[in-house]
Ligand binder design. Structure first.
Ligand SMILES: O=c1[nH]cnc2c1ncn2[C@@H]1O[C@H](CO)[C@@H](O)[C@H]1O
Ligand SMILES: [Zn+2]
Length: 366
């Protein structure tokens, strides 16, 4: 299994930040256009390296500081549309067939755009990119999640934005940003608004902060998915000396929260490389991905921030293959898990599973 063969496999991406996936060269060009002079490097390679190294901090708060630069160059409609178009193209070239891309509209208002104008520009970019990719023989469906920043106080407004655009490409709502000190229950009114409108949402939880955050997200807020959710492992007891790359974990004991997440089939948007960079886990070898997958949690594979982690869906698959020995049948399962967990309607999920994902893996499995 190598990068070029994995790139051919149909992949589904549920957790990817628009402002964490810019091409380094685009950051430079946009900075030049808008006169932003704070970039930490002046060539694409240097900038790519800076993002990866700075994000490799072991702290979510420092990881998030790197977004200052990407957000700074995404403040006009053309810049937002360009970044969105390139995002759709890059994902399609990597074999992603369905993606939900998130970003926080409230962070893109410094030159006077309205929340609606910001979302319209991004959706236009996705449409352009997806149309170009289709012309080149690479079909991709791109949808949008709007994120509210958990330290701020605009979550209800952003939830309303999500519902306002629900028939135009926005399929859900999310909260992100520093987790410690900003529990999901601070934004209960936003989640209640989403539920009252029968509109789905996901919550970044169980990344920098552990089980209490996951508990709030599922029990008080009623989240449909968990952004990361990786610390659910803290509610699972493994016998001493357990090999984390094993094929079965018969001795595992699940606590109340872990059982609830698994019983309810709550999807985990796991992001292996990002989780190591932010210190949510100490290394890929220590990543609970395999334990959770083998215990049949609904695990999905995600990139989080392709620029900060210098990654792609194919690279994340290869990383998991190298560490845990997964093959095509495993990747098909994770991909079907992700498609089942998507926020588009059931018939659209089913069509992608039956017409695109299963036939794609059938060819690879042979
Ligand atoms: O892994 C993460 N955990 C929490 N917040 C994040 C993560 N990655 C990105 N963002 C935050 O989400 C905003 C909107 O896209 C980004 O600007 C960043 O601050
Ligand atoms: Zn994220």
């Amino acid at each position: 299994m190598d990068l070029s063969s994995v790139a051919l496999a149909p992949k589904v991406l549920l957790h990817d930040h628009l402002d964490g996936g810019l091409r380094p060269a685009t950051v430079l060009e946009l900075a030049h256009e808008v006169g932003y002079s704070e970039l930490p490097a002046d060539d694409a390679d240097g900038l790519a390296r800076w993002f990866r190294e700075s994000a490799d901090s072991g702290s979510l708060v420092r990881y998030l500081e790197t977004f200052t630069h990407t957000v700074a160059v995404m403040q006009t409609a053309p810049a937002l549309a360009r970044v969105a178009r390139e995002c759709a193209l890059d994902l399609a070239n990597d074999g992603v067939v369905y993606a939900e891309i998130r970003f926080a509209p409230e962070q893109h208002l410094t030159t006077g755009l309205s929340l609606d104008e910001v979302v319209e520009a991004v959706l236009r970019g996705f449409d352009e990119g997806a149309a170009e990719a289709a012309d080149a023989g690479r079909r991709i469906e791109v949808r949008c999640l709007v994120t509210a920043m958990r330290h701020a106080a605009r979550s209800r407004e952003i939830a309303e934005l999500a519902v306002r655009f629900r028939d135009r490409g926005v399929v859900g709502f999310d909260i992100a940003g520093a987790e410690a000190g900003y529990p999901p229950s601070r934004h209960l009114d936003a989640f209640e608004y989403m539920r009252a409108n029968n509109a789905p949402f996901t919550i970044h939880a169980g990344e920098a902060f552990g089980l209490p955050s996951i508990h709030e997200a599922i029990s008080f807020c009623g989240t449909d998915r968990l952004g990361h959710g990786v610390r659910v492992i803290d509610d699972i007891t493994l016998p001493a000396g357990t090999d984390l790359a094993a094929h079965q974990f018969a001795g595992a004991e699940l606590g109340v929260i872990a059982n609830y997440v698994r019983d309810k089939r709550i999807p985990l948007e796991l992001c292996p490389s990002s989780n190591v960079q932010t210190g949510a886990v100490s290394s890929i070898a220590e990543h609970p991905f395999n334990v959770l997958a083998r215990l049949r949690f609904r695990v999905t594979v995600n990139t989080d921030n392709r620029l900060m982690s210098d990654t792609s869906m194919s690279k994340e698959f290869i990383t998991l293959h190298n560490q845990f020995g997964y093959g095509w049948a495993d990747f098909e399962r994770f991909t079907v898990n992700a498609m089942k967990s998507a926020f588009v309607h059931f018939d659209e999920r089913l069509a992608l599973i039956d017409d695109v994902i299963k036939p794609g893996y059938a060819v690879l499995i042979g």
